[in-house]
Ligand binder design. Sequence first.
Ligand code: SF4
Length: 651
Amino acid sequence: MRLRTLEVKIGDLLLGNCHPVRVQTMTTTDTMDTEATVEQTIRCIEAGAELVRITAPSKKEAENLLHIKNALRKRGYNTPLVADIHFTPNAAEIAARIIEKVRVNPGNYVDKKKFEFIEYTDKEYNEEIERIRERFTPLVKICKEYGTAMRIGTNHGSLSDRIMSRYGDTAMGMVESAMEFLRISRDENYHNIVLSMKSSNPLVMVQAYRLLVQTMEREFGAIYPLHLGVTEAGDGEDGRIKSAIGIGTLMEDGIGDTIRVSLTEDPEFEIPVCKDLVKRYENKNFAGSLLNIKEKLPYSPVDYLRRITSDISNTGGSHVPVVIADFMHAKSIHQNDLQSIGYRYDPALDKWNISDGAADYIYTADKILDFALPGTLKVICNYKTWLQAPDKQKYHPLIQGEEYSSVDNSLAQSCYVALDCNNEELARNVVSALRDNKNIVLCVWSSGERPMLSVRKFITGLMNEGIKSPVILVVESSDTTIDEQLIHFSTEAGALLLDGMGDGLWLMNDPSVIVNQKISGRTYLETKNNHQFINNTSFSILQATRTRISKTEYISCPSCGRTLFDLQETTAKIRSVTNHLKGVKIAIMGCIVNGPGEMADADFGYVGSGPGKITLYKGKEVIKRSVNSDVAVEELVNLLKENGAWTEPGN
Ligand code: SF4
């Protein structure tokens, strides 16, 4: 059963109460450019958007929503429109009389962010709430009168100073920020409300939504519909992976009534990704979801703690999750083939160059390699082949769960046991044998209808029984497009990693399916090499779940009518000069009004501050103001150098 929420009406669209999950996006045009906004909105609707959001930074844009709405209706498009409001109650009050929904950000609707820490007494805090009530109630009354819906949309990066001072930068702070506004709305008997808890960090986002559901249930005995999204997810494959991990993890549990995948791409390209996500859960059984589990869990879904596992070879314990490259289908394996998984052989120097995204293991099935391996790469091969392997330090056996009992299980060396946890009897037998053998790493998947739920249940069982064997998450995709495969891998593996489960990733697909395909949207990733695609996807999932950092992280806003430069082009330019800076988080934000607040935990920020002008940040601190955009990328590099965050490419 999906999470049953209250029903909300947005124009003619019904949302919540187990209606289909609605997909939406947001325009990137200048709202004062009626024609461009209308044309882009139509492209989004034609792509399948069921709601389209348009920014209304001030009164004049809010007023222009009337022209946009009329032009759309004249052309036969009745899709509900949503006004996006930050800082300007006046604009919200105008928009709420014109279009079907307004989105307010409780972090900045009344408060102006000064990044100040103030210690509030309870009395002072309550006075602040009364101040919000005074400023927010008029909007609630207008929405009630005009039948307008509202989204109370919290952003992790733009919590008010008041919330930050009391709750810190936490999921609880995000929840409380929305609850303050929700309580005021309820006091006015206004319920046409949707909520969101967005963050660019999928872990924070997932925890905040789960906490919000618990809080509403406890306080009201009812749950308002939820709009899911990961903010500033970026573009291309990373944007899709981050979004799928955050949104997919919640949808696995039946949470979510409407979604937006925020990509730094043209908004119509977000819709196919939304649709791919939604279709995974149509007519699905949610029996094993967190909402339907009645027993006490051995971990907290709102507090990250990695499952405690034994340290076996370089897997489990305090090691970062390992990556296994699957070469099962390769007819033969040569030195050059390892380039696609991060190892480049230099014959002149007889030396391997190893990248930060280099796999830890290669699965060869029944092949023994005829060349010396790089020092950091080990082999997993089938048990019978392993018996013939020359170097038992480098080679590890893979034993099928079914043959496990017939193998000498006193093997001193670490070995890998492949297990379909959907086969409950087999799983029970293998688990009971684990108690006697401390050298086993489990490689677990499920052939069931809902693999993630089934693997989570299996790992939860291990935790309940105190079994500490590390678990490699094996995920196979039979999807036929890159987008679908990225979503599948990200959701199936990401959801478990966010709950602290998984000591490694072993992704696999049919190598013939997606080679030479292009990712949808304007940012083309062409898959020429399937091993490289799988390896990159593994490392990107680990990076997005923050379980293993191997590359630069980009937090870029999707852009909107406030954007002051070409975000897609600039993001690509910044990426091209900084993508070797492992672990550095760089935010690229379209405007100075929301950008600094919303760039959350970025180390450095590149923010549009006026036509042709950029302001550069270190954390939340302004370092260089009004830099000419022609030299701003260069200045960003200088800033990275001045702060010891720069290394020369290739080092
Ligand atoms: S940060 Fe980007 S998406 Fe957000 S308001 Fe500014 S330009 Fe628009």
